[in-house]
Ligand binder design. Structure first.
Ligand code: GUN
Length: 294
């Protein structure tokens, strides 16, 4: 193996420690305890696991968790009313409505009703627009996480040839924009891209968020490239044992890449810490204070 493994767990632990000390400073100096409201509708098993991890992380850094678990049959009006109340509550610095929402609820209507200043997911069109126009914005957590991992191996991204594979509103689109804002030369590939392997082979920085197990092969990777694998896919082998793999064939890619994030242990551990970073930024902005040093 030639690649340096980008240790998301260790980087996340460091960042968590910084968020904790900045949070304590905010509380000691200004009496502010950032509060994160997490709203879960229904009983999606994966969502429940995420929500539990988020609340634990919030407590760990000295923030206040405000958890709302609504039944699967909750109507849109009821959810909109809850968001409205959270928007108005000064103890709430950040609001996260866990996706997916049940089918009777119009997702965009709910996300668009969140106060953009409390939109710690960065999904509100105002924050997406601010990111796109280079204004300060709350940026979706996974792109924030990816940038921090990339910066652990590249002090500057100016002029780097970057390829974003995937164009979701949660990861691909905003991550491409984040890289562009760092002055990288960014291409975006997606389902309709022809000759994807050739595009990949040109990339010095390859970011992949497509949700397809081990889709990117080792011989698609430019020797020495940095590979950021956002995928989390559960696969079952011949003996019925299941494991988590990324969107990149790690064993193959690690023979060619210069640096690569493992799955698990790469992007995953960083995303929840990014949510804490966003919550801290939101709390400072709402109090009219300068942004924290994280
Ligand atoms: N479901 C899967 N990923 C996410 C995310 O980043 N934010 C929210 N709110 N829900 C999700």
């Amino acid at each position: 193996m030639t690649a340096k493994i980008i240790d998301g767990k260790a980087i996340a632990a460091n960042l968590r420690a910084s968020v904790k000390s900045e949070t304590h400073r905010l509380t000691a100096a200004h009496g502010i305890v950032p509060g994160l409201a997490v709203v879960l509708v229904g009983d999606n098993a994966a969502s429940k696991t995420y929500v539990t991890s988020k609340s634990r992380a919030v407590v760990e850094v000295g923030m206040r968790p405000l958890d709302y678990h609504l039944p699967a049959a909750t109507g849109e009006a009821e959810l909109l009313a809850l968001v409205k109340a959270l928007n108005a509550d000064p103890a709430v610095s950040g609001i996260l409505v866990q996706l997916p929402l049940p089918p009777q609820i119009h997702t965009a209507r709910v996300l668009n009703s969140i106060d953009p200043e409390k939109d710690v997911d960065g999904f509100h069109p105002l924050n997406a627009g601010r990111l796109m126009t280079g204004l300060p914005a709350l940026v979706p957590c996974t792109p924030v996480a990816c940038l921090k991992l990339i910066k652990s191996v590249h002090s500057s991204l100016v002029g780097i040839d970057a390829l974003m594979v995937g164009r979701s509103h949660i990861v691909g689109n905003p991550l491409a924009q984040v890289l562009l804002n760092e002055n990288a030369t960014v291409s975006v590939a997606h389902t309709h891209t022809r000759n994807l392997p050739d595009y990949c082979r040109r990339a010095e920085l390859l970011c992949v968020a497509i949700g397809c197990a081990e889709f990117i092969r080792g011989d698609w990777i430019k020797p020495g490239a940095t590979v950021i694998d956002v995928g989390i896919n559960r696969v079952t082998d011949g003996s019925g044992k299941s494991r988590i793999v990324g969107d990149v064939n790690f064993a193959e890619a690690a023979e060619v890449a210069g640096a690569i994030t493992p799955v698990p242990g790469g992007v995953g551990p960083m995303t929840i810490v990014s949510l804490l970073v966003n919550t801290l930024h939101a709390a400072c902005a709402q109090a009219g204070l300068p942004p924290p040093a994280v």
